[in-house]
Unconditional design. Structure first.
Length: 71
């Protein structure tokens, strides 16, 4: 793995962690911002949807359902 790939993976991980925190805290505006122009792996999307369903925030659930899944 090159240095650039390592940096990119680190940014991706931090982005995912920020998204998890925003969902757990019901921060709709931040979730919208973090999801803008992003796609994710099916497992990530499934986990985040489960997390959002725990809080029963319909707006966040709808935002996550609209995210494109990477093939």
């Amino acid at each position: 793995m090159t240095s650039e790939q390592t940096k990119q993976a680190s940014r991706s991980f931090m982005h995912y962690e920020a998204l998890k925190t925003a969902i757990a805290n019901n921060e709709v505006a931040l979730v919208k911002q973090l999801l803008a122009n992003h796609s994710m792996q099916p497992l990530e999307k499934s986990y985040l949807l489960d997390l959002a369903k725990l809080n029963s925030n319909r707006e966040i659930i709808a935002l996550l359902q609209a995210v494109t899944v990477q093939q």
